[in-house]
Design a binder for this molecule. Sequence first.
Ligand code: DHB
Length: 314
Amino acid sequence: MEIKPSPPITNASGPNSVTYDELERIARSAAGAVVTKSMTHCPRQGNPEPRLRAHLDGGIGSLNSMGLPNLGYQEYAKLIPKLKGFGKPIIASIASAPCAHGLPPVEQYREIAVTIERAGADALELNLSCPNLEDVPIAMDPQSVRAVLQAVTREVKIPIGVKLPPYNNTPKLFEEIARTLLDFEISYIATINSEPLTLDIDLATRTKVIRPNEGFGGLGGPAVLPIALAEVHRFYKFFRKHRAKIAVWGVGGITKPEDAIKHFLAGASVVQIGTLFLWEGPTVFEKLWAGIEQWLAENGFSSVEEIIGAVREI
Ligand code: DHB
C-alpha cells in the first residue's frame, strides 16, 4: 500500500502537531497531508521546561528535548474522524514510551496501530527514533525494528512509514537496518529524525539552553541539512539496488525551496518540514511549494518526479 501526499510536502511530526487546533491548522494549509505528533499509549506531559530552544545562535536550527508530550492515542482516535473532513490524508505518528501499565514497546505499537487504523487514519508513521527518552531508540537495534514491524504489518492494512534517525556515523548499522526494512511491506521511510545528543549553551547566563537530560537534545533546522541529504541518498540508492519499492521522504534542514530541491535530487519523493514550520507556522507549505514549482519551471522540468534521485556525480 502506498501513500503519496499531493503536493509532496507535509509537516514533520513534532512541531505544532499535538492538539486538534494545531492539526486543523495544518489540514487547512497547503500541506499535502497532516502528520500528527507521535502519539503514545499513555497521555504524556513531556519533559520539564525549558525543553525547546526554537532559535539557536546564528540561525543554525532548533534544539529540543520535548519528551513526547501528546494526548495519548485514544484522544487521537477520537479526533482523526473530524480531521478527515478537510479532505487530505491523515498520517498518524506512533511511538512507544515507558508507562505505568508496563506494556512492552511492541505491544504498545501494535495496539495503537490497530486502534488508529480503525479510527480512519490514512497511514501510520512509526517513530522508531525519538532521541529524548531514557531508552536507546528502537531504530538503533535491528532485532527490535524487526519485532515492531512484524507486529504492526501483520495487523494493519493502511500504508506504513518508518521514521528513522541519522546513521551517518554507523555504516554497519545503516546496512543492517536497511536490510531489515526490505523484509516488510513498507510504503516509505522518513529520514532524518533530529540529530540526537546535541548541546548548546547560553553565553549570557552560562547555562545550557534546555533543562531535561542534562541539556542534551535533538537538533533540527539548517545545521542538519547535509546530514539529511546524505541519509536520503544512501537509502534511496540502497532501495534502488535491491529493487525495493520503498519511498524515501526527506526530512531535515529545509528552510527554502532550494533545500527541498536538493532533497528531491538526493532521492526524496516527499519532503517534510519541521523547524521552519515551528518558526513560521502553516503558511510555510504554500511558500515552499510555490518556490519549488518556480525552480522546476525555470530549470525546464514539469514535475518533481523528473528530478527525484537525479543528482549527478562530479
Ligand atoms: C521528540 C521526539 C522526536 O522524535 C524528536 O525528533 C524530537 C523530540 C520529543 O518529543 O522529545
